[in-house]
Design a protein around this ligand. Structure first.
Ligand code: RVP
Length: 497
């Protein structure tokens, strides 16, 4: 006969936190949200640590190199999606790893023989007013000069004349060699009164441009997560179909951490793939998932998973529960898996972090997930709303929206994530939709983080391990949920009036 788990399936909406006594040294600004990402002994540091406990979902509509850069600079981490050819995913990883804060790969480039008309069109397309002039007109070509919007005017200059007539040639420009540091470049920008410093390699090819305005931007990111060579950390998703080729290519590109990404990770394929990955690449941490119970967690942890992702069917774009009738309320899944993680730690002496993936609809849901035991969270909808996410921004009615589609939708067709018994997506497990546009990632992330810090201070916890220990939660009745909902409606009505 079928077995029944005793607990009903609970969601984050069904819980609230009770305040604990807040001591004088536990103010919101002192709350530390740093978290260990991979298997480690308690008391010893995890090989990968985040400053804030957020990762972005392994999805086409979410984890682009641009988002990965912005999130790593803010202190979190992206897992670049594997729903693309191996070379393209490896190139995306390289793009993140090659990012040097303040060192820009020029996107506004012309050849000296191009016309001023072409130059004007390139500037209009990129919105930038400084162009690099290289022999072949590419970002990495031999550098011959700079030209800015101050160097020509459509009414004074013939737009059909070549750029070389108006550019400042390399011989008259200050340039730096590739070993220059950001602070060295900044000193030169100020002392030599420059707006832009081109950085060239030994053959005179353009590597980067450093702009005066970007130095102060870099200073805004004290929590960025970086490797030993000061490059931003970057994660990447893999699947159980082509991992033998994909994993080495991603490691070669510089990926710091990998994750097997499957809608249901409790199977022999993922178990075997984890054993293979840990045997061949023991120094690269790799996670597994997704699971919704302790038994499945232990299976993946024993196969070598360095962290385990929790969640089936809770994603905002997910219809797996409707289509297949499998899944579990995200809160119940996290509670169960957190218990198994703690038991595994008792038995083996290793803490294997767990990630609550999907279904975080409000900022406070993140806090509930962390209180229930998650070491960190993964979010799709949350990140898809920002400028840095790959979806198009579209105007609808009075507002702007961004496209957001599930990996199991017809649009993404990520059959490697959904085992449906064919090398194709037989039926959909996700939808294709829109999320309200929310501007730049950094500002929104600061706001979310401020709320979490404030809640943790109210609960008397100055760090995440303490929070998991001391959090007291109450289950919410339907009545009190509706009461809360009524005040949200009132606030929205006030906002709109
Ligand atoms: P959300 O943050 O609620 O948008 O959920 C994102 C998560 O949903 C992903 O990290 C993944 O686990 C899951 N997902 C992605 N695509 C689909 C689908 O098409 N069903 N589900």
């Amino acid at each position: 006969m079928a077995r029944f788990v005793p607990e009903v399936s609970r969601t984050f909406n069904e819980f609230l936190l009770l305040p604990n006594r807040t001591t004088a040294d536990c103010s919101p600004e002192r709350v530390d949200l740093a978290t260990g990402l991979v298997r480690h002994r308690p008391g010893e540091p995890s090989a990968i640590r985040l400053s804030i406990p957020y990762t972005s979902a392994i999805m086409q509509a979410v984890s682009s190199p641009e988002l990965a850069i912005a999130l790593a600079r803010a202190g979190g981490l992206s897992f670049l999606h594997h729903n693309q050819p191996i070379e393209e995913q490896a190139a995306a990883v390289r793009q993140v790893k090659n990012f040097k804060a303040g060192f820009v790969v020029s996107d506004t480039n012309v050849a000296p023989t191009d016309t001023l008309r072409t130059l004007r069109a390139v500037m209009e397309r990129t919105g930038h007013s400084t162009a690099a002039v290289t022999e072949d007109g590419t970002a990495g070509g031999r550098f011959v000069g700079l030209v800015t919007s101050r160097d020509f005017h459509p009414e004074r200059h013939n737009l059909d004349s070549p750029v070389r007539e108006r550019m400042i040639p390399v011989e008259s420009l200050a340039v730096a060699t590739a070993d220059v540091t950001l602070s060295g470049a900044n000193t030169r920008l100020w002392e030599e009164r420059l707006d832009c410093l081109p950085v060239l390699d030994g053959q005179g090819r353009l590597r980067h441009l450093v702009f005066r305005s970007d130095y102060s931007a870099h200073k805004r990111f004290p929590k960025e997560v970086i490797d030993a060579e000061k490059r931003l950390l970057c994660g990447a998703g893999v699947n159980t179909h082509d991992y033998v080729e994909r994993i080495p290519a991603l490691i070669d590109a510089g990926a710091d951490i990998l994750c097997f990404d499957s809608s249901d990770g409790y199977n022999d394929w993922q178990g075997d793939a984890l054993v293979w990955a840990k045997k061949h690449y023991p120094d690269t941490p790799i996670g597994g998932g997704n699971v919704v119970d302790g038994e499945a967690f232990t299976f993946l942890a024993e196969a070598g998973a360095d962290f385990v992702k929790v969640g089936i069917g809770g994603g905002s774009i997910c219809i797996t529960r409707d289509q297949k009738g499998i899944g579990r309320g995200q809160a119940s899944a996290v509670i169960d898996v957190a218990e198994a993680r703690d038991a595994y730690r008792e038995q083996t002496g290793f803490h294997v972090p767990i990630c609550s993936d999907g279904g975080l609809l409000h900022d406070y849901h993140i806090t509930i997930a962390l209180a229930l035991g998650a070491d960190f969270v993964m979010m799709g909808r949350y990140f898809a709303r920002f400028d840095q996410a790959p979806g198009r921004k579209i105007r609808m009615g009075d507002g702007y929206y961004k496209e957001y589609w599930g990996e199991g939708s017809s649009r993404a067709r990520n059959w490697q994530r959904y085992d449906q018994g064919e090398d194709s997506l037989v039926f959909e497990e996700g939808v294709d939709g829109f999320v309200p546009y929310a501007g730049d990632l950094t500002h929104a992330l600061d706001l979310t983080t401020a709320k979490i810090r404030a809640t943790m201070a109210s609960c008397g916890a100055a760090d995440l391990p303490t929070f998991r220990e001391v959090a007291r939660l109450t289950q919410v009745s339907q009545q009190s949920y509706e009461e809360n909902f009524a005040s949200v409606m009132l606030r929205d009505a006030t906002d709109n009036s």
